[in-house]
Design a protein around this ligand. Structure first.
Ligand code: SF4
Length: 383
C-alpha cells in the first residue's frame, strides 16, 4: 500500500484510522466506511497504490460503533477484537477503511469527482441488528441519486429472510453476493460457527444462495470464497462448479492472515495452490471448463485441467485468470470492476492482480504454477 499517510484532503466529518477521532454518532445509514482505494479514487486521500491509480468499484461497508457481532476466525472485524482496538480501527480486508457521511460520498460522485471511474458500487453488510434495515435505505438513496452506477450487495445471510432479498431486488440492486468464504461445512463451522462463538451456519448461507439464484437470476448472483483455509483444491473447485451450475459467479480471495484475527498464525495459501485454483476457477466460470474433466491426486491437488495444452497456455498468457475476481464493470464481464487492490496480499507478493498483467507478471505466475518460490515484487518495464 503506497497511500501517503500525511495531509488529508477531506470534508468535515471524515474519519480515517490513525488520523481523526470517530464519534459514536458515526453510524449507518448517515455514515459508511469505504475502501482506501475508493477514497483515493475520490480524492479524499492523496496517493496511489502500487501500479494502481484507481478502483472501478466504490466498496462501502455499513458501520456501527458497536461493530460486527459475529466472530469469524479470519476476519479483522471480528467481535473478539473489540477490547483490543476501537472498532473503527479494525481492518476489513487488510487495508484501512475510512468513514465519511454517505451524502457527501454521493455528492462527490454526482459531481464527477471520481472522473467517471466508478463502474459499480457495493454495499457490504455486517452482522448487526440494524444492518438489514439500513442496507435497503443506502441502496434506495443511491439508486435515486446515481442510477447510472449499478449496485452489488455483499450480504450477511444470517439475519436475512427471503423477503429481504426480494426487497433489495425490487429496490434496484443489480447483483447479490453471499460471503460463503469457507469451502466445506467443517471449515465453515470451525471458522464462523459455534466453535468460535459465531452465529453463522452453512445451511443458512446455502439457503440464501439458492434464494439469490431464484430472485436475481443467472450471472446476477455469486459468492465470495477464500482459498487456503484447509480445504483441498478439489473441494473448493467443487463449490465453484456448484455455483456455476446454479448460474452464479465465484469471487475468489487468497487466504491472508489478518493481524489480530484468530487465524493470524496460519500461513497464507501456497502460491502454486492459489494459481491452480485461480486458473481452474476462471476456466469453470468463463471458459466452459468443467470439474468432471479435471483430474486430482489423492490429496485433492489439481493435476490436470482437462484442457489442451495450447488452450491452457493461451489462457495463462492472457493473464485474466489471475486478476481480482469479482463483480463486472461496463466493458468485459471477465474482468472485475471490483479490483480490491491488495485486499488479499501485499504488492510484493500479489495474489489477486488489481490490474492487467504484463508479460513479466505472467512469467512470474508461470514460475509460481511450476512450484517456484518467487514473489511478484520485481521491476516491470514501463512502471
Ligand atoms: S466482488 Fe466486489 S462488488 Fe462484488 S459483491 Fe464482492 S466486494 Fe462487492
Amino acid at each position: 500500500m503506497g497511500a501517503s499517510r500525511e495531509a488529508v484532503v477531506a470534508p468535515l466529518d471524515f474519519y480515517r484510522p490513525g488520523h481523526h477521532v470517530k464519534t459514536p454518532r458515526m453510524r449507518s445509514p448517515e455514515y459508511v466506511q469505504f475502501s482506501t482505494a475508493a477514497a483515493i479514487t475520490l480524492g479524499l486521500i492523496p496517493g496511489s497504490m502500487h501500479r494502481t491509480a484507481c478502483t472501478h468499484c466504490l466498496n462501502l461497508l455499513v458501520t456501527y460503533p458497536e461493530g460486527c457481532r459475529a466472530n469469524c476466525g479470519y476476519c479483522g472485524l471480528a467481535r473478539h477484537r473489540e477490547e483490543a482496538r476501537d472498532y473503527a480501527d479494525r481492518n476489513f480486508i487488510r487495508v484501512d477503511w475510512p468513514t465519511a457521511r454517505y451524502d457527501e460520498i454521493i455528492a462527490r460522485v454526482r459531481r464527477g469527482e471520481d472522473r467517471g471511474r466508478f463502474e459499480r458500487m457495493c454495499i457490504s453488510m455486517i452482522t448487526h441488528p440494524d444492518s438489514g434495515r439500513d442496507t435497503p435505505e443506502l441502496l434506495r438513496r443511491w439508486v435515486q441519486a446515481v442510477p447510472r452506477i449499478p449496485v452489488s450487495i455483499l450480504s450477511n445471510p444470517t439475519t436475512m429472510k427471503r423477503g429481504d432479498l426480494e426487497t433489495l431486488h425490487a429496490e434496484g440492486a443489480d447483483i447479490f453476493t453471499v460471503a460463503l468464504d469457507a469451502a466445506t461445512p467443517e471449515i465453515f463451522e470451525r471458522t464462523r460457527g459455534g466453535p468460535v462463538g459465531g452465529p453463522h451456519t452453512w445451511k443458512k448461507y446455502w439457503q440464501a444462495i439458492e434464494w439469490a439464484a431464484e430472485i436475481f437470476g443467472t450471472a446476477k448472483f455469486g459468492i465470495h470464497l477464500i482459498a487456503g483455509m484447509g480445504e483441498s483444491e478439489e473441494e473448493i473447485l467443487r463449490v465453484v462448479q456448484r455455483i456455476r451450475d446454479l448460474g452464479g459467479n465465484n469471487h475468489m480471495f487468497a487466504f491472508f492472515p489478518e493481524a489480530g484475527s484468530m487465524m493470524e498464525d496460519r500461513g497464507p495459501v501456497p502460491r502454486d495452490q492459489w494459481r491452480r485454483v485461480q486458473l481452474a476457477r476462471f476456466l469453470i466460470d468463463y471458459a466452459g471448463g468443467r470439474i468432471e474433466d479435471m483430474r486430482f491426486n489423492d490429496a485433492g491437488r489439481l493435476v490436470d485441467f482437462g484442457l489442451e495444452r495450447t488452450e491452457l497456455e493461451a489462457l495463462v498468457a492472457s493473464g485474466k485468470p489471475f486478476q481480482t475476481s469479482g463483480c463486472p464493470g461496463k466493458s468485459d464481464e471477465e474482468v472485475s470492476a471490483c479490483n480490491r487492490p491488495y485486499g488479499d496480499s501485499s504488492p510484493g507478493d500479489i495474489r489477486s492482480f488489481p490490474f492487467a498483467l504484463r508479460a513479466a507478471d505472467v512469467s512470474v505466475v508461470r514460475r509460481q504454477l511450476a512450484g517456484e518460490s518467487v514473489g511478484t515484487l520485481h521491476e516491470v518495464p514501463g512502471d
